[in-house]
Design a protein around this ligand. Structure first.
Ligand SMILES: Cc1cc2nc3c(=O)[nH]c(=O)nc-3n(C[C@H](O)[C@H](O)[C@H](O)COP(=O)(O)OP(=O)(O)OC[C@H]3O[C@@H](n4cnc5c(N)ncnc54)[C@H](O)[C@@H]3O)c2cc1C
Length: 382
């Protein structure tokens, strides 16, 4: 039996900790926050009893059968389909751009093949090899749809002009030529019935696991354990000695109302003149519940400062260079592995986080069994 320390009680720390505990190891999990579940934390609003997604809305979706069965072991799930609307130019449209959006936007009644041909006419085919987000959008949807649905939203979300962002941010063909407005294509989609925090508490509920909240990890604590899994920020582990990796952070302006404020869970605002990117109405994330009151969050995106919560890694050229330096430092550090979205400086959906957590624990145990050095990363961040 060994003693392992997990830094962070989000999905990364919880899943790895549980796997190690189940084979008989003692596991301590520390988190500087007052709750488990990391950024997926949910709690009931004391006034309305609405389940709040405190750090922004989270919808579980996956094609990974094992991960789906894993989360269903710890919580019952309710069906949930993510459907997003956007307000632009004084109208409400359906997202992702689909046949309804195209017909409404251009005032037409096109069928799929007609719409395809029409959008091809709109597209800027002179762009052969799109390098930037803007070129990618112009190449595939043309200027009108780009301006209404992508330009302002992207500028607000990333704080820079779409011509400065890589084409890879935008999916190859961000348009559907049918009326399917389900945001995700995955086989499984749903919401944990009692929220994500209850789900993570279930994962952590094991006699070999001790959770210490309101506890910040200091590097000197590593010596008390046989190995540390760090799911906090990679640059933070090294006291930012190579500089700070760039992130976007979010501010949420909470307001309450009676009844139904906007009739849907997520309403985007595509125009730059509206300072927020979207309004989320949290009771609609639990459509099987009934509440008289309602709670909404206006969501604003901005550059992450030293005291802010890091949300989206920026990963442009400068950050990638700095990331390389931190990877080199991590590879020289023994007894610590870096995991999760912050430890590897990548955007990860929850299902990917869980998959990587399960794989990391398995790889770790097999390294230990074979007496091999444990790597700093189980997934390469670059
Ligand atoms: C706005 C937003 C919306 C999202 N929506 C979805 C969605 O709809 N569907 C989906 O699948 N995914 C979504 N995600 C992704 C999801 O949030 C991540 O997959 C998940 O949070 C990753 O878990 P993690 O454990 O790696 O990181 P985290 O959840 O960030 O957990 C890391 C934990 O480490 C703790 N910590 C950090 N440093 C220290 C330290 N020094 N000492 C002690 N504790 C420390 C932190 O307090 C935190 O609790 C979304 C992400 C964002 C930003």
């Amino acid at each position: 039996m060994k003693n392992y320390l997990l830094v962070g009680a989000g999905f990364s720390g919880a899943v790895i900790g549980r796997e190690l505990a189940e084979v008989g190891h003692q596991v301590t999990i520390v988190d500087s926050r007052s709750h488990v579940a990391g950024n997926c934390h949910t709690e009931r609003d004391p006034d309305t009893n609405v389940m709040l997604h405190v750090y922004g809305p989270h919808i579980f979706h996956t094609d990974d059968q094992e991960v789906w069965e894993y989360v269903n072991r710890f919580s019952s799930f309710k069906d949930y389909t993510n459907r997003v609307k956007t307000t632009s130019r004084g109208q409400v449209f359906s997202l992702p751009i689909n046949l309804h959006t195209i017909n409404q936007f251009f005032g037409k009644t096109l069928r799929p093949d007609e719409a395809k041909a029409f959008i091809e006419q709109q597209a800027d085919t002179s762009i052969e090899d799109p390098k930037t987000f803007e070129e990618q959008a112009l190449r595939f949807v043309g200027n009108d749809l780009y301006e209404a649905f992508f330009k302002g939203y992207t500028q607000k979300q990333w704080g820079c002009h779409p011509s400065k962002l890589p084409a890879s941010i935008l999916k190859r063909l961000p348009v559907r030529f049918n009326y399917n407005d389900n945001y995700f294509f995955h086989r499984y989609q749903g919401m944990p019935e009692h929220g994500y925090t209850r789900l993570v508490e279930g994962i952590l509920d094991h006699p070999n696991i001790t959770v210490k909240l309101n506890t910040r990890f200091e590097r000197s604590q590593a010596q008390d354990y046989d190995h540390v899994f760090f799911s906090g920020p990679l640059d933070g582990f090294f006291d930012y000695e190579q500089g700070r990796l760039g992130y976007r952070t979010l501010d949420f302006e909470k307001f309450t109302d009676k009844g139904d404020y906007q009739g849907c869970a997520v309403m985007n605002y595509g125009e730059e003149e509206v300072p927020y990117t979207r309004i989320t109405e949290h009771k609609h994330f639990s459509p099987w519940e009934e509440h008289e009151g309602t709670v909404c969050y206006k969501e604003y995106s901005r550059e992450c400062g030293p005291d802010d919560i890091p949300y989206y890694p920026i990963r442009l050229v400068e950050e990638k260079e700095m990331l390389g330096n931190y990877i080199a430092l991590a590879n020289q550090t023994t007894g610590v592995s870096f995991v999760g979205r912050l430890g590897t400086y990548r955007y990860l959906d929850m299902d990917v986080t869980i998959r990587e957590g399960l794989d990391a624990a398995r790889q770790f145990l097999s390294h230990v069994e074979r007496g091999e050095t444990v790597p700093a990363f189980f997934v390469q961040p670059l």
